[in-house]
Design a protein around this ligand. Structure first.
Ligand code: ZN
Length: 421
């Protein structure tokens, strides 16, 4: 657990509560949408996102800045950028680049704030029927203002917390289709890659343009994570948020890793069959996935950790993955095998992690009425209660802080790529 050297604790509490109040501003009114009608009107209201509590899914008014050391683009909510500038001058601590750890100069932060803003996301919200709502839906709720939050717990479900502070719903970690992702590593931006070939038979070579080339059976290429806040030493992937500048918080080990890359077969005129294995270290064991793709030109490959039965996982892992390939600080391996010993090339290796829903470490202000105090875990939601959390888990003010929302507090469901069905 690592504390970012960015600010003071009292600042963080102030910032968190202040940022949570205004989550959206209405653009068009369609009357009261609501979520307690059997046949909701086919009305849609349009809102503009304000504040960072749903990053990285939705963004309020924001800026981008480019790390002058590694070149990664960092999108930052306007309010967090202002906070980072205040912190830099008040406590002489700079915010650091999440990707390489380099301190972001105050002059750069100030220049970014003066640059033209990225406009806030606009969302369409429709009326809904409570029984239609699914885990992971994004809701517009009214409680101390109007907010956009992710639905994690429904009536009748039990919300609890495990030993590491992660939220559980009916004993399981929240998981739903299209989990929101946070960036962990961008290989094309690294002069010195975190990926390395493992074993004598591995044929991987990294080229000057930062692509990787292999031939025939490539052997394993493994991702070794580094903690940029601890002198880039080896470490677990943590639940960092690239845009959360100007706040101090503890970071916790993250899982739910996923890998993306572009695969091609250079100088091959015929379609080539390529078998792709991706192996993950997870707390429950090694998770190996494989797929066969036919490459004509270039193809995008994505692989996400998916829990399989432990027996199947062990069987596959024992035959496929060398025993010392994966470990907590070296959590991903990739291996390719092409037909006819053809050359294969991968580029833009990108590691992401799922958003990880935890309890909120920030204590509420003392003047919060007793009815809006944080819940005491574990608790069961009654027939009228819903548990909602923002995707910017360390910053969002939500059911973890002001308790559950009632059915009548739900104004509608956000129509988005994450909740469209
Ligand atoms: Zn950087």
């Amino acid at each position: 657990m690592t504390a970012l050297p960015t600010s003071q604790v009292d600042r963080r509490q102030f910032a968190g509560w202040g940022l949570g109040i205004l989550a959206v501003t209405p653009i068009t009114f369609a009357g009261m949408l609501g979520c307690n009608k059997r046949n909701p009107p086919a009305r849609i209201a349009r809102y503009r996102i304000a504040g960072p509590s749903m990053n990285p899914t939705f963004w309020g008014c924001s800026r981008t800045l480019i790390c002058q050391s590694c070149g990664v683009t960092i999108r930052v909510d306007e309010k967090l950028l202002q906070l980072a500038i205040e912190q830099a001058s008040a406590v002489r601590h700079s915010s650091a680049c999440w990707h390489c750890g380099t301190a972001l100069a105050q002059t750069q932060l100030t220049a970014a704030l003066k640059a033209s803003a990225l406009p806030p996301d606009v969302i369409d919200v429709s009326a809904c029927v409570p029984t239609d709502l699914q885990d992971g839906d994004i809701l517009l709720v009214e409680k101390h203002g109007i907010h956009v939050k992710r639905l994690l717990g429904k009536p009748g479900q039990t919300v609890s917390v495990d030993d590491s502070g992660r939220l559980l719903v009916d004993g399981r970690r929240p998981a739903f289709p299209s989990m929101p992702h946070v960036a962990v590593d961008r290989d094309r931006l690294r002069v010195s890659s975190r990926w390395q070939a493992v074993g004598e038979k591995a044929t991987w070579q990294r080229r000057a343009d930062r692509s990787w080339l292999a031939q025939g059976d490539s052997g394993w290429l493994a991702y070794k994570h580094q903690n940029v806040y601890r002198a880039a030493g080896p470490g677990r992937v943590l639940d960092d948020y690239p845009g959360n500048l100007g706040i101090e918080r503890s970071l916790y080990p993250a899982d739910g890793l996923s890998l993306r890359f572009q695969l091609s077969t250079p100088r091959s005129v015929e379609p080539t069959k390529v078998k792709v294995w991706v192996a993950y270290w997870t707390a429950q064991g090694i998770d190996v996935q494989h797929q066969t793709v036919v490459v004509h030109d270039a193809i995008d490959v994505a692989a996400t950790t998916k829990p399989t039965s432990s027996a199947a996982r062990e069987r596959t892992a024992s035959t496929m993955v060398p025993i010392d390939l994966l470990s907590p600080p070296q959590p991903i391996g990739v291996r390719l095998s092409s037909s006819a010993e053809r050359r294969v090339e991968i580029r833009d290796l990108s590691v992401n992690r799922d958003v990880l829903y935890r309890i909120n470490p920030t204590a509420p202000p003392i003047d919060v009425p007793a009815s809006n105090r944080p819940p005491k875990y574990p608790f069961q939601l009654d027939g009228n209660e819903w548990f909602v959390v923002g995707d910017n888990v360390p910053l969002s003010i939500d059911s973890r802080s002001w308790g559950v929302v009632r059915t009548t507090d739900i104004l509608g469901r956000v129509q988005s790529p994450y909740s469209d069905r």
